[in-house]
Design a protein around this ligand. Structure first.
Ligand code: ZN
Length: 275
């Protein structure tokens, strides 16, 4: 892989974007919030749904893991799952809001100290992102122990072409220090995902939808590479083709779009997440 990074664009997605605009489905960004209450509820609904998806896919284990979304009115606060609550049973009413000091300002459940140490720093360093996702998924955490970048070996991997950072700061210990969170945010830079050595994966997005999609997709990418390298010597995709793949499926709208079938399924099967 080279350092060459393509400009983010929505090549191949213009028609989809147009169709979504017409149907009113295009995700709102930080600049387009008109009604804070409405937007807050929207973000919390996507957050509860995203957590359920991670639970359904068995990517969350025990009480580890956290997904956050920035509050639309108070940008230094974020909404997060409460410590110890089962991802698969998450409801909008379970979510808590945490301020820049790590205090719970809405909700009556505790926050995971690691969630604050990591996510507060990511949200501070990257005002352009609304959401961040992290849990201790099997293949992500296994791959993180190798301390090496991902290879582009399948078409799907190219959505991460030159867009995943590595970080070894504080590796192997539970992250409770915001200085480690800061080092993780620095390592992330402008990329959308981070592999924290001996720990696991962290993904970001301009919506919860995108952050969750990138998390699941990156976990699968790690799984794919581990499987391929255990069987032989996988053939890597040339940079020019990887860039083409990235342009098609590596941008934020593509990540948001990939989440929508899950949203549809949850609404049908488990509408109680909206409570
Ligand atoms: Zn963790």
């Amino acid at each position: 892989m080279t350092d060459l990074k393509p400009e983010e664009e929505t090549k191949g997605f213009d028609e989809v974007k147009e169709a979504l605009s017409i149907s009113g489905l295009v995700p709102s960004g930080p600049d387009s919030v008109e009604n804070f209450e409405e937007e807050r509820l929207h973000r919390k609904q996507r957050l509860a749904a995203g957590l359920r998806i991670l639970g359904r896919l068995r990517l969350a284990e025990g009480v580890a893991g956290h997904v956050t979304v920035r509050d639309p009115e108070y940008p230094h606060r974020f909404w997060v799952n409460p410590f110890g609550k089962n991802f698969k049973l998450m409801k909008v009413s379970d979510l808590i809001c945490v301020d820049q000091n790590g205090d719970v300002v809405q909700g009556d459940k505790p926050v995971n100290a690691a969630a604050f140490a990591i996510h507060s720093q990511l949200h501070t360093a990257r005002p352009d992102i609304l959401a961040a996702a992290h849990c201790h998924s099997m293949y992500g955490r296994t791959f993180s122990s190798l301390g090496k970048p991902l290879k582009m070996i399948t078409q799907d991997d190219t959505m991460f072409y030159n867009d995943v950072a590595l970080c070894s700061a504080g590796s192997g210990a539970v992250v409770l220090d915001t200085e480690v969170g800061k080092a993780m945010a620095t390592a992330l830079g402008e990329k959308k995902a981070l592999i924290h050595q001996n720990h696991g994966l962290i993904t970001t997005g301009k919506s919860v939808d995108a952050a969750i999609w990138w998390f699941v997709a990156l976990e699968r990418t790690c799984q794919s590479q581990i499987l391929a390298e255990s069987a032989g010597d996988p053939i890597e995709i040339p940079d020019d083709l990887a860039i083409s793949g990235y342009e098609q499926q590596g941008h934020d709208l593509a990540g948001w779009f990939q989440f929508q079938p899950w949203w549809e399924e949850l609404l049908r099967d488990e509408p109680d997440f909206l409570e």
